[in-house]
Design a binder for this molecule. Structure first.
Ligand code: FE
Length: 251
């Protein structure tokens, strides 16, 4: 499969690649936003995904049309193959300023370092032509320097690890209650605190969102499902809320 079209209208298209991760690894979604012949590639992943993703992308656009590579945070399933992407495209990469000096440890060549740009804590806007992609703060969800992308042209929020599900036998959420069990363990352990989830919920309620597309697992489609998810995380205790002395013992 060469990617599924999540949205297409006029010269704006969003493609998701959900099937490229080998079975032994945590399943990861890669996304491509195309607007008037230019593209942003989101969280492209590691080396085992690199070649397949590159050839699948070529069915939609030429690699030279990739203007931006967006890295939601520093994890290996997001940045490990960054050097290869920079070598084979003309793209400029963006990641939280917290992680810039860590990337060379993933094999980023010194000649490539100038094409990786730090994002300040408050986020930014990246333009694909006249489509203004909002780079939203999502720190501690889960990484301390973490961003999400809101695409106002498709009304899709690319939520990174927030909303991730593991092991569910479907690609689109149909029943929210049934879906919670595939998200809960991950969110309770990886997300930092309910305070942060409440800040996030308040911010994203200002946006017109039709789809929430996380980096792992199933996608939330439609305003009802989007609102169910926002309400769920807003009331979730996680991270420092649930860590206690039963864990903090000298082994
Ligand atoms: Fe992560």
């Amino acid at each position: 499969m060469s990617g599924e079209v999540l949205f297409e209208q006029g010269e704006h298209k969003v493609v998701v690649f959900q099937e490229l991760t080998p079975a032994s690894m945590v399943q990861a979604n890669q996304f491509l936003i195309i607007h008037k012949g230019e593209a942003m590639l989101l969280d492209p992943g590691g080396h085992k995904v690199f070649s397949k993703l590159k050839s699948d992308i070529a069915k939609h656009i030429t690699p030279q049309s990739i203007k931006y590579i967006f890295l939601s945070h520093q994890d290996p399933d997001i940045v490990a193959a960054l050097n290869g992407w920079l070598l084979t495209t003309n793209a400029e990469a963006y990641i939280s300023k917290l992680w810039i000096r860590f990337l060379p440890h993933f094999g980023l060549d010194s000649q490539m370092e100038g094409r990786v740009h730090p994002i300040d804590d408050r986020g930014t806007v990246l333009n694909l032509g006249d489509c203004e992609l909002k780079i939203l703060p999502a720190h501690f969800l889960h990484s301390p320097g973490n961003f999400q992308v809101y695409d106002p042209c498709s009304k899709i929020l690319f939520s990174g690890d927030l909303g991730a599900s593991l092991g569910q036998p479907y690609n689109v959420v149909e029943n929210f209650e049934e879906h919670v069990k595939y998200m809960e363990g991950f969110h309770r352990r990886y997300m930092a605190s309910n305070k942060i989830l409440k800040l996030w919920a308040k911010m994203v309620r200002q946006l017109d969102i039709e789809v929430i597309a996380p980096q792992h697992g199933a996608i939330f489609k439609g305003k009802d499902m989007v609102n169910r998810f926002i309400e769920w995380v807003e009331n979730l205790e996680c991270g420092v809320d649930v860590m206690d002395e039963s864990i903090y013992q000298v082994p």
